[in-house]
Design a protein around this ligand. Sequence first.
Ligand code: AHR
Length: 529
Amino acid sequence: MTPSFAAPDAARASLTPAPSDVVAPVHRRLFGSFVEHMGRTVYTGIFEPGHPTADEDGFRTDVLELVRELGVTVVRYPGGNFVSGYRWEDGVGPVAERPTRLNLAWHSTEPNTFGLGEFMRWAERAGIEPMMALNLGTRGVAEALDVLEYCNHPGGTALSDLRAAHGSPHPYGVRMWCLGNEMDGPWQLGHLTAAEYGRLAAETARGMRQFDPKLELVACGSSGRSMPTFGAWEETVLSEAYDLVDHISAHAYYQLDGDDLPRFLASSLDLADFLDDVTVRADRVAARLGSPKRMSISLDEWNVWYLKEHMARMAGDPPADWPVAPRLSEDDYTVADAVVVGSMLITLLRRADRVTAACLAQLVNSLGAIRTEPGGPAWRQSIFHPFAQTAAAAQGWVLRGDVCGPLVPAGDRGDVPAVDAVVTWHPGDDGSDEGAPDGPRVAVFAVNRSVTGTVPLEVDLSAFPGLRLRRATLLQDDDWRAANTLAAPGRVAPRPHPDAALDGRVLRAALPPVSWNVLELSGAGRSAG
Ligand code: AHR
């Protein structure tokens, strides 16, 4: 289902948002990310004792600052594929007594010098909510209940007292738990059929709810739309676990294939179709069960990922060595990648009636929005910018407002709308956002997928009188392959928009080819008198 409608001969793109036409609130958990024990995400990523910026716990404060700037709200941990072979007990207690293990998922050595307790401390320092993933690959219900007790029980039991003995007397209060990871994937340790996993997820959830009925539990959906079991997997799993879980997960990665830039730029249409398909499958189970409950989607892994290149590097016999924190999938994200990430954020907002949590995978180094050098600097990848801008500016409510505009060819995806855009609106005056204007706020997020033509955008803001254009930025480059690197860490960044203005009640902006645009407006609030 295409999210916008289009007039093939239109010269401009237009939309008319209205405060009465609301999709859903801007769920803050849509701005989540992911820290997996993969490559250098943890070691020399967020954690590097001895780094010049490391704090007393070995956390890199240069990275912590960037994480805060990114606006991340929730972080999934500790995997990913890694979690399906992980023993959480290895990562707690005195560091000197922790075992070194193989990380089979990523063919590396896991020193376990960073584990559950370190993650919770890091999360607190970063100001984010932890989202824990459970090992339902090589382990099961008993271990899930153990780690839950260790994390969330106040005290007076073996595992809660152990946590206190490890230096954390207060429970962590983790609310959101993923019941395994990508259990539909044959690459996953302990991979199961849908029927087997549905039963295991249901029994794990049942046990966890005996501890705390208010937990939010995520059942594994499909690890991609192209999985042969996609659809049937969701229906089978949810038939077992519908009443016991709150979210069904979905994972979606996209990449530039060869030189097919037009097709790549249309990736978010595939994401929209994927989310719609999951919704249909979940609703079908609800109808069969006669349940009034509507399942939410947790898109707890999404990003641009150069997976084909990663697979090619991994092809052949596994190497003899098992390095600690090898460089894995540390791609330099381009301007085009940032535009695709921006368009996926637009899709997530537009699907916020069903998608209530999402995690950009991942946070640092491997597939990361942030890059680091061991002992050296940390910098923002191109994809950092659309994420940070959306997390900051998208407030209040997502408005429906379809875009009408020209079409562009997108390879075998056919013709697609050149412009995609979404509008958020905050009525203001609630005093909840310290430092933000307290009047009404409107934000327009727009991409131009055309690889050749600038497209004028017109947003009719008649329904929002009294606004002024507070900030307008553009992320674009004559070279769409431009990226931020160690040598040029600031090459790609948003800059003031050269061609955006509020003309009466119509906001106009010229959107250059392959561009990401953010237009922020606000009205006078109480403080303006
Ligand atoms: O994010 C990288 C990997 O992608 C995760 O470990 C896995 O869940 C997915 O396949």
